[in-house]
Design a protein around this ligand. Structure first.
Ligand code: NCD
Length: 315
């Protein structure tokens, strides 16, 4: 594996290797030595051409905990979305000796262009491209689900996961469907028909328009943000109506299985897809998803860049 562009790049075993490596790295990071020397001397560039809080700082923290040098390059307001300037940027990164580039870009496919064109020799990691994919998010979600519900299993066989809301604009949903089903979970997508993508009937999922009937049947429920910045038409009559039919609130939490967990990739629209009490409830693992994200991204960087053996752990 040279790049991480899509969950399709990973076999089931490689996905499990990333989750196992992340678990091992989390175990080591909990010990006295937070920082590992394994990527010392390597340079990782965070190239963010779209807004991000969690993913950017998570990759930065992951790289720093592995002792890599990190360069943050946020291209807000620049003309990066044009193919030619992406090429120029890539050549600049190559000249700077980047061993890996973590790229977030509003254009679906941008990380593939970077990886395909041999503009640079380093590893390319997709940190979210348009509405297409967000593989590291899916990996941290699978890690979180396995940790809570996996009962020591390697994969997620038999677990039932609902992904609810703005599937149409969600790269998180796309990557999660690919990964969760690869790991044996059963996925149900719940959304109004207007927020489901064209061709969704060929995805390996069950589709439902009725959240209340799905709620009691799932082990994990993943709420998605309504992505207003990608909405140029009206997809539902009003925010109030959306919350009523598709929002997670106290009554719906009470109807969940006793062990079910509540997830959200963040950032949340509190009061729209999720109420504050649902987000902050004891069932919510939303904050933990963020900390798991650092371990999972450490594992991705470590495996892609072939770090030095970790003392007392992976080699
Ligand atoms: C997601 C993203 O950017 O795709 N957020 C994230 O990476 N934590 C989801 C979102 O923006 O709603």
């Amino acid at each position: 594996m040279k790049h991480l562009l899509s969950i399709n790049d990973l076999s089931r075993d490689e996905s499990i290797l990333i989750l196992d490596t992340a678990a091992e790295l989390a175990r080591i990071s909990d010990g006295p030595m937070k920082k590992l020397p394994t990527l010392r001397g390597r340079t990782i560039v965070n190239l963010f051409a779209e807004d991000s809080t969690r993913t950017r700082i998570s990759f930065e923290a992951a790289a720093k905990r592995l002792s890599a040098d990190v360069i943050n390059f946020s291209a807000k307001g620049s003309s990066l979305s044009k193919g030619e300037s992406l090429k120029d940027t890539a050549q600049t990164l190559q000249a700077m000796g980047a061993d890996a580039v973590v790229i977030r870009h509003p254009a679906s496919g941008a990380p593939f262009r970077l990886a395909d064109n041999q503009w640079m020799s380093g590893a390319v990691i997709n940190a979210g491209d348009g509405t297409h994919e967000h593989p590291s998010q899916a990996l941290l979600d699978a890690y979180t689900i396995r940790k809570h519900l996996g009962k020591g299993a390697k994969d997620l066989a038999g677990l039932r996961v609902a992904i609810v809301g703005d599937i149409l604009h969600s790269r998180v949903a796309r990557s999660n469907v690919l990964l969760l089903t690869k790991l044996g979970a059963h996925v149900t997508l719940v959304a109004p028909p207007t927020l489901l993508p064209f061709g969704v009937d060929s995805w390996p999922v069950i589709i439902s328009y009725d959240l209340d009937s799905v709620i009691p049947q799932v082990d994990a429920i993943m709420m998605l943000r309504i992505q207003q910045e990608r909405m140029h038409e009206i997809f539902f009559p009003s925010a109030r109506e959306y919350s009523r039919y598709f929002g997670l609130n106290r009554d719906r939490i009470n109807a969940l299985n006793p062990n079910a967990i509540i997830m959200h990739p963040g950032p949340m629209n509190r009061g729209l897809e999720i109420t504050a009490d649902a987000a902050d409830s004891a069932r919510s693992v939303i904050v933990e998803q963020v900390s798991n994200g650092v371990s999972v991204r450490m594992a991705i960087l470590y495996l892609l860049l072939g770090g030095a053996p970790i003392e007392g752990g992976i080699n």
